[in-house]
Design a protein around this ligand. Structure first.
Ligand code: PGA
Length: 248
């Protein structure tokens, strides 16, 4: 059985106060649910989040460098993340691809660096509205995943989570319908099966894009949706906790 995961991507939001308030509550919720709760606050809050997270709540970064160390001002290496006890890192979020011009090649290099360091890479993929309307959704999404799969061994998939996040649904309040999301998730599962039928069943595929307490249940009921990557609603305790509970 693959793991259900509910991940909170705080983006460049939150505060020390939010870390101090939310993490203890998530620790309580983690005792009641089988789902893996993952919190990805901004880098300066990672150590405090980790200090409060206990054994069951995972803490991850929102980005990492593909480089091991050196003169890369502003970057954070994967070994720094593992040294601080982080278990996960988001890679290739659409905001990084669009605003910071991250290419597929850079995303692949980051995933490899993360996995080789022992982190779980949460690979974010998704199409823009223009690409969807042109009928290119699967071509774009499966292409973004293929470049990564081609560089990983199947054994390394135990450190890979895929997050399908249609760009047009991120932060817009427009969620993909559960059927639209399931179609893409199923195609991703089939793509994985093209590499390894058995291991394809073990990779968690999360949906992201305006997930909230009121739509999470329907999304989670789909056979290939294994949880959510939650942005805005992960900053609101009651919303995020409700989503975590619905993933069980
Ligand atoms: P959203 O963001 O839930 O605010 O749409 C999701 C994400 O970008 O990961």
């Amino acid at each position: 059985m693959r793991k259900k995961i509910v991940a909170g991507n705080w983006k460049m939001n939150g505060s020390l106060e939010l870390v101090n308030n939310l993490l203890p509550r998530l620790v309580e919720v983690s005792e009641e649910t089988q789902a893996q709760i993952l919190v990805c606050p901004p880098a300066p809050y990672l150590t405090q989040a980790q200090a409060l997270a206990g054994d069951k709540v995972a803490v991850g970064a929102q980005n990492c460098s593909e480089q091991a160390s050196g003169a890369f001002t502003g970057e954070v290496s994967v070994s720094m993340l593992t040294e601080l006890g982080m278990s996960h890192v988001l890679i290739g979020h659409s905001e990084r691809r669009a605003i910071y011009s991250e290419t597929d090649a850079l995303v692949v290099a980051k995933v490899k660096a993360a996995v080789e360091a022992g982190l779980v890479a949460v690979l974010c993929v998704g199409e823009t509205l223009e690409q969807r309307e042109a009928g290119h959704t699967l071509g774009v999404v499966l292409g973004q995943i293929k470049v990564v799969l081609d560089e990983l061994t199947v054994e390394q998939w135990s450190q890979l989570v895929v997050a399908y996040e249609p760009v047009w649904a991120i932060g817009t309040g427009k969620t993909a319908t559960s059927a639209q999301a399931q179609d893409v998730h199923q195609a991703i599962r089939q793509q994985l099966a093209g590499y390894d039928v058995q291991q394809a069943e073990a990779v968690s595929i999360l949906y992201g894009g305006s997930v909230k307490a009121s739509n999470a249940g329907e999304l989670f009921a789909q056979p290939d949706i294994d949880g959510a990557l939650v942005g805005g609603a992960s900053l609101v305790a009651e919303e995020f906790i409700s989503i975590c509970r619905q993933a069980d």
